[in-house]
Structure formats: structure tokens, C-alpha cells
Design a protein around this ligand. Structure first.
Ligand code: GLN
Ligand code: ZN
Length: 759
């Protein structure tokens, strides 16, 4: 018999119950016990969903983040947290920090947060130093294990492996993290022993570092770890996901564990090699259902592929999703408003587990036993393949027509600059903002009422125009040089455009955890992308009609649209991105036609699409940059293209950034004290840059002198004629009472810089 299991289930709940319970607790409106009750109920419900599987994950649930849970498990919460607090409160303190207001003493900084591999999930970075020592605190895990067993489930504890745990953390004193492995391994050993004592058999031990390029030291660490952990009586399932094993394949096969899980959605071509290499006593778990996407699997196709493998491996073969289902929404059944064809092409976490069960049934007892289900699946797959909702001849034809000159500006930057400056004579150190202004309660209420149908189109339109009037007036008062309309009409920078494009659809409950209680609801790209009509022109033109200063048009770029959506899996991502690029290109040209001569195309998420292995970077960057260029570069020389990115870790991709050939790029820099601009010492960035001069995440008003200093630092690396002055990012999360003085300070600092330059 084949064995089925799951690597992890979304924790947040199908109605985001965990989110609401957490936030209620943090507001002080419920007790810890109430929070724990919600958590217990969610775990039980989630195990119910999974009960047809042979092995259910335990320990995948988390109140905030599974990496922080691991820090708790090995006794490594940051030492600055208040040890007098209950353990859970200390844990939340590590996750969220505590301001001085709350404590009436020194504030406690939250642990740093960063992206979990190439997903949009964020984990809390473990902190180490040379003195770090570990100590087991397995009570939570053991309790949950008992809970699952008491419910009658066959439970498989899930642990983040010791090597990945170290790899994901940061040595605050720059000491060598790997030196801590010797102290960490006994804690893992103890943990496994306590699980064994509770009756555990298989333990899933995640080492996602196997999907990255590891140097010899890290490879060696894996050997050391698993030779040590092999001594415990449990069976370990070494688990890798997100990318092929690549050069780590032999290592992964040969580490002394009872089994190996691999992601075959990303690395199907490796399976045969793994089957050949894996010692004959080992279990092989194949991740065959995509844990990162929301499309139905082609079950018949999978069976064609799996049947011979099953013949060869027999009961050594296990089946699972490719990775934890953390990255997909919970239950498609709730989506009562989705187009029924599209709904029939989708599978969320619950449906993915059904698919897994069907595969197992077909392999164990033959396809005939599940004939009806397989036929229904085949029909759904076929209907998607043939659907006119998905495939649009016009889009395909247009794609064929794209040639390389579509991504090419007419003249090189210096010539463009001359023309642009004669169109809009801007001062030295021109000032601008990144696009959004505060999303006030009034704005959000208008939008909500409009969505609910309580506000008619005309009234809503007028309300948004009034917001634009306010934003323009305030910017003129402050004295900014290039204005924006303020983005009041946008709920979200991707959703706003997705809603106006054909080929996009939206779910009601398709939430995915981003971090802690925060969730995102990525839109779904199901078909060829078309722009039925202009999306932003009215708003920008209205803003421009109110002022003599230039107003910057504001768009989201194709790569960011792609990286923040669920993307179709029936064509390469690059192809979908190109379709998005054409839609944005049309918008850019419409704006230009309307006299908007400064246009910003945000690519906040460009970096997020980088493949896990560096060897894949160039290919991604080439098509991503090409798509940006196609969206932006159809304009005349006079039209100034801006782009914006919410980070400035550019060192490793600076050439691609330059290759985008935007006239101006604005980036986040203030938090690093402009150090991030060091890259420009070595690389002569050819165009204009606006290094963000203040952190928009903080309510603090920046001092004029501070902004001046930052800009002076920037001017050491980039010629002043090519510098802009702007905040780090959009201002939508701030209040006008913060924005006004902050922008005033910025404008004053720019004035001082100009005077200085003239002197
Ligand atoms: N134009 C967007 C804004 O100002 C950019 C947001 C972003 O970069 N994340 O809100
Ligand atoms: Zn930004």
C-alpha cells in the first residue's frame, strides 16, 4: 500500500479565525485561554480535514511563525524579551516588539522579519551570537502531539531541521553560526527522544536549505547533523521543497535518514535520479500536488507517471503535496461567487488533500475504483485547456508581433534627459513622493460603501476627486516639484489593476498568511490578459488639470503584478508577464497621449521573483527586465519614466536594474543610512536616482538636517544633477498630520542643498 501524508496545513483558518483571535488578544480584549481555545479548535478542525491521510502533520500549527516556534523549542528567544512574562507573551514580544508606551520603559525591538525562501511568507529571523546556548522546551510540541493522538490521528511531528534553523538565522556579532551546531544537536536529539517516549514513529524534519546552493561547510553540517540524529529510535523523513535538489541530490539521498521527501513540482526531472540513488531501505516521499498554487492537478497525467514508479518502489513510495499547504487558501467550497468554470479548475488546501487521496486510491486499488472522480478531473482539466475564457486569439497574435525594439527607447538617456528637462525645467534635487497619500477612514468608507452598492458611481467618483483636490493642494502648499494624485481610489497596488484586466479573477476567502496575523489575498490570473479600457487616465488627468506642476502617472509594473498573484501554470510565467507588460504598455501610452509626461511604474516585487539558486537568476532577470522595458519604453524621449522599488539590496542585481533603463529610480535607503548606496561606488549607475530620505514605516518626523546629511552622503556616490529627493515608499499607512511636516522638512532640505550647490 502507498502511504499519504501532508507536510503542513494553513493555520489561519478558513475564515481567518486565528487572525481575529490573535488581534483580539493583543488588544487586550480576550484572555490567553480564549486564544488557546481558538488555536486548539483550529488544529482539531484542520486534522479533521486531513484525517483520510495516513500521516497528519503535528507541530506545523503556529500562533505566529514556525521559525519563531523553533526558537522557542530550542530556548533561543531573543534575550531582550521580558522573562517575567508568560511564555506566550514573551513569544509575541519577540515577534512584534513592544513600544515604550506599552511598557513605560525601554522599548523592545521585534525580531527581524524576512521572506521564507522564495515565498511571500515572512519568518522571524533567529538571533545568534558566539555565546548562544540552546535548551529544549518541547512542551508545546508534545502537547499538540498528545492532542492529535487523543483525537485518534496517526500523527507525524514536523520539525524545522537544525541546519536550516541555523542557516535562516543571523549571528548578531558576525560570529560563525555553524559553530553553534555542536550545541544545537543534543537539543534536537533530546527532542526526538521525548517524542519517541510519547509514541512517535515518523518525524518530518524539514531542511529546505537543500534547495539552495550550499558550500562545503553547510553540506558538511548536514552530514554531521544527520549522523548524530540517526542515533534516536525514530524514523526521520528528511524533507526538501521549493526547488530541485540539484548539486545536493547525492547528499540528500545518502544522509542516514529513514526517508526523503522531494518537491516534484519543482524538479520532476530529478525523480528518476533519486529513485536510482536512494538506498533500498529508504522511503521516498514525492511531493506531487502543488502546494504553492491553486490549480487542480491533472490526476490522470500524474497516475501515468506514478504507476511505473510505484511498481518499482512499492510501499517505499509515499505521496504528499510538494511543500506545506501554508501557501494556499483553505477551502474552495466557500467561494460561492466565483465563475463556475473557473472554480472547477481550482483546488485549495482541502481539495488538494482530496486529490492526494484519489491518487492513493487509484494506485492501491486501480483506477477503476475511482473512475467517476478521475473522469470529472479529466473533464475539468480539458475544459480549462479548451476554454475561450483562458485563450484569446487576439492576445496571442499580439504577443507574436512583439519585437525587441518594443523595449527600446528612441534615444539614450543623456539625450532624453535634455528633452525632458526642457519640457519640465526642474531644479537641482527635485522633490517628489512615491505615489500614495494617507488612506483615511473617509476614503476607506467611501470605497466600502461603493463596493456594497450604498454609494452610486457618480457620488463615489466625486468623493475620490475631492481627495485628489486635497492631495494636490497640500503638495502645492508644501512646495513639491513633481506631484502625484495620491492613489485614494486604490485598495491595493495589484488588485486595483487586476480588477480592471480581463484574465484576472478574485476570491472572497482566498487568504494566505503573510506574517503573524497578516494575510494577503492574491488575485488569480487564469487567462490571457487584456485591458478593455484605460485604468488610470481619468484620475491622473483630473489631478493634472488642477495644477501647473507636473503630475506623475502611477502604475504597477508587470513583474510585480505577476509576483503578487496566483499565476496560471499552463504557460511559462514569462509569457504571462509579457501579457501583463502589454496591458501596462497600453496604459502608459494612453497616459502619454493625455499629456502625462512623467510616469512611474512600480516594481516593488521584482527582486522577490529571483529563483532560489543563483544559477537561475540571469534567466529570470532577463525576461523580467524585458517585460518592464516593454511596458515602459514605448514612450517618446520627452516622457520621463520612473520606477520604484521598496528595497535597495541591489548589489547583486544592479546591472539588471540599470538595464531597465528607467530615467529615474526611487528606492528605499534611509534605514541603512545610505550605506546601501555603496554599490554605486563600484557601479556607475547611468540614470537618475531618488534614494529614500526617510522611513515611512515610522511616525517620526525626519529632521531637515538629517535629510540633508543623507543626501550629502548620496551625493558622494552619485552626481548631484542626477539625484532626486523623496521618501522611502508610499505614504498610505501614515496620517496627514505626519506627512505634512515630513514633506515640509524634505522640501526645506532640498532647498538648502540647492543653495549649497549654488554657493
Ligand atoms: N505607488 C505605490 C505607493 O505609493 C508604491 C507602493 C510600493 O512600492 N509598495 O503606495
Ligand atoms: Zn515602495
Amino acid at each position: 500500500m502507498i502511504t499519504t501524508h501532508n507536510l503542513g496545513f494553513p493555520r489561519i483558518g478558513k475564515r481567518r479565525e486565528l487572525k481575529f483571535a490573535l488581534e483580539k488578544y493583543w488588544r487586550g480584549e480576550s484572555s490567553l485561554q480564549e486564544l488557546e481555545e481558538t488555536a486548539t479548535a483550529l488544529r482539531q478542525r484542520h486534522w479533521q480535514y486531513q484525517q483520510k491521510l495516513d500521516w497528519l502533520p503535528v507541530g506545523d500549527f503556529s500562533l505566529y511563525d514556525h521559525v519563531l516556534d523553533t526558537s522557542l523549542l530550542v530556548g533561543n528567544l531573543p534575550s531582550r524579551t521580558d522573562s517575567r512574562l508568560a511564555e506566550t507573551d514573551q513569544y509575541f514580544q519577540a515577534a512584534r516588539g513592544q513600544s515604550s508606551k506599552q511598557l513605560q520603559q525601554t522599548p523592545i525591538a521585534a525580531a527581524e522579519m524576512t521572506k521564507w525562501f522564495d515565498t511571500n511568507y515572512h519568518y522571524l529571523v533567529p538571533e545568534f551570537n558566539a555565546e548562544t546556548r540552546f535548551e529544549l522546551d518541547a512542551e508545546r510540541l508534545l502537547t499538540q502531539f498528545r492532542e492529535a493522538r487523543a483525537e485518534g490521528h496517526q500523527a507525524k511531528p514536523v520539525l524545522l531541521g537544525p541546519v536550516s534553523y541555523l542557516w535562516l538565522g543571523k549571528a548578531k556579532d558576525n560570529s560563525n553560526k555553524l559553530a553553534l551546531l555542536d550545541d544545537l544537536l543534543p537539543v534536537y536529539e533530546q527532542c526526538l527522544l521525548s517524542l519517541a517516549a510519547e509514541g512517535a514513529d515518523w518525524v518530518q524534519i524539514d531542511e529546505p536549505v537543500l534547495a539552495t546552493e550550499l558550500d562545503q561547510d553547510w553540506q558538511h553540517a548536514l552530514s554531521q547533523a544527520y549522523f548524530a540524529l540517526n542515533k534516536t529510535p525514530l524514523r526521520l523523513l528528511l524533507t526538501s521543497y521549493f526547488a530541485p535538489l540539484g548539486e545536493n541530490l547525492h547528499l540528500a539521498c545518502e544522509l542516514p535518514t529513514a526517508g526523503l521527501h522531494i518537491d516534484t513540482i519543482n524538479g520532476r526531472e530529478e525523480v528518476i535520479k533519486v529513485v536510482d540513488w536512494l538506498p533500498a531501505h529508504k522511503t521516498l516521499s514525492l511531493g506531487v500536488i502543488n502546494g504553492r498554487n491553486i490549480w487542480k492537478s491533472d490526476l490522470n497525467g500524474l497516475l501515468d507517471w506514478l504507476e511505473p514508479i510505484y511498481k518499482r518502489l512499492g510501499k517505499r513510495l509515499w505521496l504528499a503535496p510538494s511543500c506545506s499547504l501554508l501557501h494556499v487558501p483553505v477551502d474552495l467550497e466557500q467561494e460561492t461567487e466565483l465563475d463556475s468554470d473557473i472554480k472547477n479548475w481550482l483546488a485549495f488546501a482541502v481539495q488538494k488533500l482530496d486529490e492526494l487521496n484519489l491518487l492513493a486510491l487509484a494506485l492501491n486499488h486501480g483506477r477503476d475504483g475511482v473512475k467517476a472522480e478521475l473522469t470529472a478531473n479529466a473533464r475539468a482539466i480539458q475544459s480549462r485547456r479548451d476554454s475561450a475564457k483562458v485563450h484569446k486569439a487576439a492576445v496571442q497574435q499580439r504577443l507574436q508581433a512583439v519585437t525587441s525594439d518594443w523595449g527600446q527607447r528612441h534615444s539614450p538617456y543623456p539625450e532624453r534627459r535634455r528633452l525632458q528637462r526642457s519640457r519640465y525645467p526642474l531644479p537641482l534635487f527635485p522633490t517628489t513622493t512615491i505615489g500614495s497619500f494617507p488612506q483615511t477612514t473617509t476614503i476607506r468608507q467611501s470605497r466600502l460603501q461603493y463596493r456594497r452598492g450604498d454609494l452610486d458611481e457618480a457620488t463615489y467618483h466625486r468623493a475620490m476627486q475631492q481627495q485628489i483636490e486635497y492631495a494636490i493642494a497640500e503638495q502645492e502648499k508644501v512646495g513639491l516639484d513633481v506631484l502625484v494624485h495620491g492613489e485614494a481610489e486604490r485598495n491595493d497596488m495589484v488588485e486595483y489593476f487586476g480588477e480592471q484586466l480581463d484574465g484576472y479573477t478574485f476570491t472572497r476567502f482566498g487568504w494566505v498568511q503573510s506574517y503573524g496575523s497578516r494575510c494577503v489575498k492574491p488575485p488569480v490570473i487564469f487567462g490571457d490578459i487584456e485591458r478593455p479600457k484605460a485604468m488610470t487616465v481619468d484620475w491622473i488627468a483630473y489631478a493634472q488639470s488642477l495644477t501647473d506642476k507636473p503630475v506623475k502617472g502611477m502604475l504597477t509594473g508587470p513583474v510585480t503584478m505577476l509576483n503578487w498573484s496566483f499565476v496560471r501554470d499552463d504557460q511559462p510565467r514569462e509569457q504571462t508577464c509579457l501579457q501583463l507588460a502589454l496591458a501596462i504598455r497600453d496604459e502608459v501610452l494612453d497616459l502619454e497621449q493625455q499629456g502625462v509626461r512623467i510616469i512611474q511604474i512600480d516594481e516593488a516585487a521584482l527582486r522577490e521573483g529571483l529563483p532560489l539558486r543563483r544559477s537561475g537568476w540571469k534567466q529570470y532577470l532577463d525576461w523580467a527586465v524585458n517585460c518592464f522595458r516593454i511596458s515602459a519604453n514605448g514612450v517618446q524621449d520627452e516622457t520621463q519614466i520612473h520606477t520604484h522599488m521598496c528595497y535597495s539590496e541591489f548589489n547583486d542585481i544592479i546591472e539588471s536594474i540599470a538595464a531597465m533603463d528607467a530615467d529615474v529610480i526611487t528606492i528605499e535607503t534611509s534605514r541603512s543610512d545610505m550605506e546601501l548606496l555603496d554599490v554605486f561606488n563600484a557601479f556607475d549607475y547611468p540614470n537618475e536616482i531618488g534614494p529614500g530620505v526617510y522611513d515611512i514605516h515610522s511616525p517620526n518626523i525626519p529632521a531637515v538636517a538629517q535629510i540633508r546629511e543623507l543626501m550629502e552622503k548620496a551625493a558622494e556616490r552619485i552626481p548631484p544633477e542626477r539625484l532626486w529627493v523623496n521618501p522611502d515608499c508610499g505614504l498610505k499607512t501614515r496620517q496627514w498630520s505626519e506627512v505634512k511636516p515630513a514633506l515640509e522638512a524634505m522640501v526645506q532640505a532640498a532647498g538648502a542643498l540647492r543653495q549649497n550647490a549654488a554657493a
